[in-house]
Design a protein around this ligand. Structure first.
Ligand code: RIB
Length: 294
């Protein structure tokens, strides 16, 4: 099976701050770190670390070769990451002392992923293969339509969340992943309970409260794992979704994949960096042996 992620690649510039600035407020940063991020790249790394065979389709600028290189070091196939004549996408992240963040993203190359790269990236795939998407690139609809035509399963993270965009994607995907706030907003926007959204399944992540998988025939409550400590919540949701897709690709049952994904996300928040904070499979396995779930 192949897992294709048509997704964003960002350079994350993380500013350590005492608190997230209020409107009109100027505050000094206590530190600046730069690293790989982007919901797509984060998910690809999590999926690869979970044991999936991952192909990333996306775009960087001339300044982003190192980012594609980082993905390749993780075993991700980057043969369909194209280099465009515009800067790599980036994120300005304010990270406060409690590990909470506020993020501004600039799409850069993520906003110009060529349709041809997407079609080529999906070539030869079909039933049994899986596509994962987020909301940070321009090519979601093209990718979803092409994957659907091929009979692939499509997992869509509706983040960053815009109700109209998510509503438009629903008929094109099998599984939609949202946090509690996004799920409530989408439900209100469509006037439909989560159980009746036009998708096969909804995965709602609930941070420290775990997650729930909602599908016609089954509802799986996923208890949370206790985070050893909270230093950086950036990318925890990406880690959850990517790990889930990777573990499924490796052959895990849905229940086992959800359990592992929750453990990986709990470990992620205890480490700095969106991509850099994603744990390895050995770390997740060891954590699951020793930690006590709520
Ligand atoms: O979900 C976290 C990610 O959101 C960061 O890595 C940042 O790049 C933004 O895309």
């Amino acid at each position: 099976m192949t897992l294709v992620n048509v997704g964003s690649i960002n350079i994350d510039r993380v500013y350590a701050v005492a608190h997230i600035p209020a409107p009109g407020e100027t505050i000094p940063a206590r530190g600046l770190e730069e690293g790989l991020g982007g919901k797509g790249a984060n998910q690809s790394i999590a999926a690869a670390r979970a044991g999936g065979q991952v192909r990333h389709v996306g775009a960087v600028g001339p300044d982003g070769g190192w980012a594609a290189g980082r993905l390749a070091e993780e075993g991700v196939d980057v043969g369909h990451v194209v280099t465009l004549e515009r800067p790599t996408g980036h994120a300005v992240i304010a990270l406060d002392e409690r590990g909470e963040n506020a993020i501004i993203i600039h799409a850069g190359a993520n906003g110009a992923v060529p349709a041809a790269a997407v079609r080529e990236g999906l070539q030869g795939l079909g039933s049994g293969d899986r596509l994962i998407l987020q909301n940070e690139i321009n090519a979601n609809e093209i990718a979803a339509r092409e994957a659907r035509r091929r009979g692939m399963e499509i997992v869509y993270s509706a983040a960053p969340f815009v109700a109209e965009d998510a509503a438009r994607m629903l008929p094109l995907v099998d599984v939609v992943v949202m946090n509690e706030i996004e799920a409530a907003q989408l439900s209100a926007h469509l006037g439909t309970p989560l159980e009746a959204l036009p998708v096969r399944a909804v995965l709602m992540t609930k941070g420290a409260k775990g997650a729930v998988w909602i599908e016609a025939a089954r509802r799986i409550e996923v208890p949370a794992w206790p985070a050893p400590r909270v230093v950086d919540t950036t990318g925890a949701g990406d880690c959850f979704t990517g790990w889930l897709a990777g573990a499924l690709d490796r052959g895990c049952t849905l229940e086992a994949a959800l359990t592992e994904a929750a453990a990986a996300a709990a470990l992620k928040v205890s480490r700095k960096g969106a991509a850099a904070g994603i744990p390895t499979r050995e770390e997740v396995t060891a954590f699951m042996r020793t930690a006590k779930r709520s």
